[in-house]
Design a protein around this ligand. Structure first.
Ligand code: ASP
Length: 326
């Protein structure tokens, strides 16, 4: 027997042993509490989506899922932390179109890569973007709002959840269509940014529908349009950007769950199945739909579909932001 062959046998045995330890470990999963990192402040869209879906997943999995809001740098601080966590299924993250796509072209030294450092688990909810302003903003419709923004850019500021967040990149696109560069005011999430908008400390924001529905219904902020082709069933009075004269502004965010790269396949499969079960639950659906979000269709629920989405979205936002920032 050659030296190579002598060496190959113990190595193969070791690999077999590792695989069977992994399989039995995955079978017992989850044996303890799971931590779900939310890379933005409590009360914002990511936090709400993560809490609604995780609460149901915890019932299916038979272990608590504890939300940990790890904020900063447009969600990239929490995402970097999740990327470095042990790949054992006990630390997960609810990320989105910002942390797992748009942040890539915006941070040349991003401490993680959405594809190389994460395993996709499942898409959780789609969240159309709305154009919002403080309630006393002096414009009655989107056309007047756009005209006012163009004429008063230097005096106005735009709230967002940090560079690379959904609210930031969505409004970057909006501003580039208008040809304006207002002052940005970053927050640790659009939960606190919304409080500032309600308190009239900031002028406008592009945010995910989830955060805005209760405020719009309560009359504490102004909404000018929803940036999707169809009106939103939760806000039937609100025009689409196309109806309101700004068809070029079209954005709807996606939110999704990820695990650190190397998490065993059986664990990922269990998590994907638990997420799918949550999305089929009547109460979970009602909660998400009432807040204006949409629920991923059956063909969008696989791990592979999320992997493809991340890949195409990194490419799309790299192009959009390059054009927007020039
Ligand atoms: N909506 C935020 C964003 O702009 C994140 C959040 O607070 O959930 O990305």
């Amino acid at each position: 027997m050659s030296f190579r062959a002598v060496l190959a046998w113990p190595l193969a045995a070791l690999a077999l042993l590792a695989a069977s330890v992994c399989a039995s470990w995955a079978q017992d999963y989850p044996a303890r509490q799971i931590t779900m990192i939310v890379p933005f402040a409590a009360g914002g869209p990511t936090d709400v989506v993560a809490r609604v879906v995780s609460a149901h997943m915890a019932q299916t999995l038979g272990q608590p899922i504890v939300i940990e809001n790890a904020v900063g740098a447009g969600g990239t601080t929490g995402a970097a932390r999740a990327a470095r966590a042990a790949p054992d299924g006990y630390t997960l993250i609810t990320g989105h179109m910002g942390t797992h796509a748009a942040a890539v072209p915006l941070y040349p030294k991003l401490a993680y890569h959405p594809e190389k450092d994460f395993e996709p688990i499942a898409q959780l909810a789609g969240t159309p973007i709305l154009v919002l302003a403080r309630k006393d903003f002096p414009a009655s419709d989107l056309k007047a709002f756009v005209a006012y923004l163009k004429a008063n850019t230097d005096k106005l500021n735009m709230a967002h959840a940090g560079v690379g967040s959904v609210s930031h990149v969505s409004c970057e696109l909006f501003n580039s269509i208008l040809g304006i560069k207002p002052t940005g005011v970053p927050f640790n999430g659009t939960g606190p940014a919304m409080n500032a908008l309600v308190g009239q400390q900031v002028d406008y924001m592009c945010d995910q529908v989830i955060n805005a529905v209760p405020q719009i219904r309560g009359g504490t902020i102004r909404a000018y349009a929803v940036a999707t082709p169809e009106r939103n069933p939760s806000l039937p009075e609100l025009s689409t950007t196309a109806e309101a004269g700004l068809a070029a502004f079209q954005v709807s965010a996606w939110n999704a769950m990820f695990a650190p790269k190397g998490t065993p396949e059986p664990i990922l499969a269990r998590l994907n199945a638990a997420a799918a079960k949550a999305l089929d639950d009547e109460n979970v659906r009602k909660r998400l739909l009432d807040l204006g979000s949409d629920i991923p269709k059956l063909d969008e629920r696989s791990r592979a579909a999320l992997g493809r989405l991340v890949q195409s979205e990194i490419a799309r936002w790299s192009g959009v932001l390059k054009t927007a920032q020039n």
